[in-house]
Ligand binder design. Structure first.
Ligand SMILES: [Zn+2]
Ligand SMILES: [Zn+2]
Length: 301
């Protein structure tokens, strides 16, 4: 009896693992929003197809039978979903609502100026070539954890909720009719190591939300730069200087482009990328990122 019980438990575990993996792979490749019910000709497919009439009930039952944990707070997920973070964690991610630099979007302390928009010291000195940048929230807490699960642990379905955050950041830019979305490119060596470019996944989802076409080929990274992590502001600028190239300048000429990345720290990377696009003839480059890390933390991020 106990042997049977433990065998059943082992079967359930394998079954649940295969089902989750199947769902994630299917989600990643097809970009579907919800758990796909008819997936393949496996045993799981036969099991799931009996619940086609009520996907929600099937998801809840599945979550009950094979509880999975939120990758941020470690509480059981209440419904089966390819997004491995619970609703409570996702709802807790709030946008930054304080004062920000009118140009680069740096989160500022203190009261708003009586006239005009606030500008940070770097923008007053004309440090950036892009038109404006905005970030959804601070790189801390749940937002930081979700970005890390997405970027380093490869949970690609997180691109969906994160793209909604990009949309909110875009709405804080001066309204414009943008012509295309350009993800900050990874060098092909880094992309091969990681298996994907997180900025491109975000940009693809974001493009579907806002209806602006994505132009992933417009800018490429031609130098395999060392990671910016651990570098200070000047080192970061030197590290990415000349790292980007626009292979077909005609594609960007006289176009207003939205550059997308996950985290903005000193702005060195997006600035170098914007410079390449502007030198190739783009009319302007605006930047949206999920999170803003304090430049003082540049040496540890
Ligand atoms: Zn959670
Ligand atoms: Zn600024």
């Amino acid at each position: 009896m106990s042997v049977n019980k433990s065998r059943n438990r082992a079967c359930y575990r394998v079954f649940a693992y295969r089902a989750r993996r199947c769902a994630r792979e299917n989600f990643s490749s097809s970009g579907r929003d919800a758990f796909p019910v008819s997936v393949s000709s496996s045993r799981f497919s036969r099991f799931a197809s009996t619940f086609e009439s009520s996907r929600e009930a099937a998801n809840s039952l599945f979550a009950l039978l094979f509880p999975d944990l939120c990758r941020v707070c470690n509480q059981p997920l209440e419904s089966f979903t390819a997004v491995p973070v619970c609703d409570a964690c996702l709802r807790s991610i709030r946008p930054y609502e304080g004062l920000e630099c009118g140009r680069c979007g740096l989160f500022l302390e203190g009261p708003a100026p009586l006239h005009g928009s606030a500008l940070c010291g770097l923008c007053r000195r004309g440090a950036f070539v892009f038109d404006e940048a905005r970030s959804f929230g601070r790189y801390e807490g749940v937002l930081q954890a979700v970005i890390q699960r997405f970027k380093y642990d490869g949970f690609r379905p997180l691109a969906r909720p994160l793209a909604a955050a990009l949309l909110a950041a875009m709405r804080r830019l001066q309204p414009k009719a943008w012509d295309g979305i350009v993800p900050v490119p990874l060098h092909r060596n880094r992309q091969r190591e990681r298996g994907f470019n997180q900025a491109a996944l975000l940009a693809a989802r974001f493009s579907r939300l806002c209806g602006i076409p994505m132009e992933p080929e417009d800018c490429v990274r031609v130098r395999d730069t060392r990671p910016q992590t651990g570098l200070r502001a000047t080192q970061r600028r030197n590290n990415v200087a000349g790292a980007f190239h626009v292979p077909v300048p005609q594609r960007v000429q006289r176009r207003r482009l939205l550059l997308v990345d996950d985290v903005l720290t000193t702005g060195a990377t997006v600035n170098a990328c914007a410079q390449a696009l502007l030198e190739a003839g783009a009319e302007g480059v605006w930047v949206v990122t999920l999170a803003r890390a304090h430049p003082a933390r540049a040496d540890v991020l």
